[in-house]
Design a binder for this molecule. Structure first.
Ligand code: HEC
Length: 222
């Protein structure tokens, strides 16, 4: 009985208190741990007193490898470029039409600005003062192995910057296939000229050694 009277009084007091404390629409509600409700935000290049170097944008810890950039055993040096040429093989076959098509897109997007559509070194960037690259059909480029061209795209060469962070390894290999297709006429001409000199025996038939040689060296004819 006493408990009921007490509860009734508490109830009435609560109703009265509720009527008395009118909601104030203009006032914010109570925030528990306001820093969690409103996290302080920093822009990437803001100064930041939370880090010992005072910067917001932190460099990744040493030896960190990005998930989508495969570890690369080669440096940017000429020696490593040559080694890449000896050791790396294109995972895509020269007759892989899908790889060739994609390689063409990669080339148009990333290489044409400097190298030009036909690889002559007359892209719009080169036409506006950037040191013009040599034609991709020059002797030095023809002599490059696939792995070395891959290395040039990955690490750059002299005035050409590396594109490892913009172009995936797969796309770089596909671009190599496309570069080879641009070089095809020059490679064919070189292959036709080459067997003539080291063929002292059959002087009457200089065309004969060229025939078995071409299917082996022919890579792309899409
Ligand atoms: C910013 C301009 C630029 C872009 C973009 C560029 N290159 Fe180059 N590239 C150059 C220059 C300049 C050279 C010559 C470097 C040198 O003097 O050794 C070169 C050299 C090369 C060579 C070696 C040629 C040789 O005979 O030594 C290859 C192969 C090559 N580039 C392929 C590519 C491919 C493939 C792409 C696209 C993925 C590309 N480049 C994008 C400027 C560029």
């Amino acid at each position: 009985m006493r408990l009921n009277i007490f509860l009734a009084i508490v109830f009435v007091l609560l109703v009265l208190a509720n009527l008395y404390v009118r909601p104030d629409e203009t006032r914010l509600n109570f925030e528990f741990l306001p820093e969690m409700v409103r996290t302080p935000s920093y822009k990437a290049f803001d100064t930041n007193e939370n880090f010992s170097n005072g910067m917001t944008f932190q460099a990744p810890p040493a030896n960190t490898v990005s998930q989508d950039i495969a570890p690369d055993a080669y440096g940017a040096s000429e020696a490593d470029a040559i080694r890449a040429g000896e050791e790396l093989k294109n995972p895509y076959g020269a007759d892989d039409l899908a790889a060739y098509t994609r390689g063409g897109q990669v080339f148009k997007t990333w290489c044409v600005p400097c190298h030009g559509g036909g690889g002559k070194g007359d892209g719009p960037v080169a036409m506006r003062g950037f040191p013009a690259p040599p034609p991709l059909t020059s002797q030095s480029a023809l002599a490059m192995k696939d792995g070395r061209i891959f290395h040039v795209i990955t690490h750059g060469q002299n005035n050409m910057p590396g594109y490892a962070s913009q172009i995936s390894a797969e796309d770089r290999w596909k671009a190599v296939i496309y570069v080879r297709s641009l070089q095809r006429p020059a490679l064919d001409a070189a292959a036709a000229a080459a067997p003539a000199s080291p063929a002292p025996a059959a002087g009457a038939a200089p065309a004969a050694p060229a025939t078995p040689a071409s299917p082996a060296t022919q890579e792309v004819r899409p």
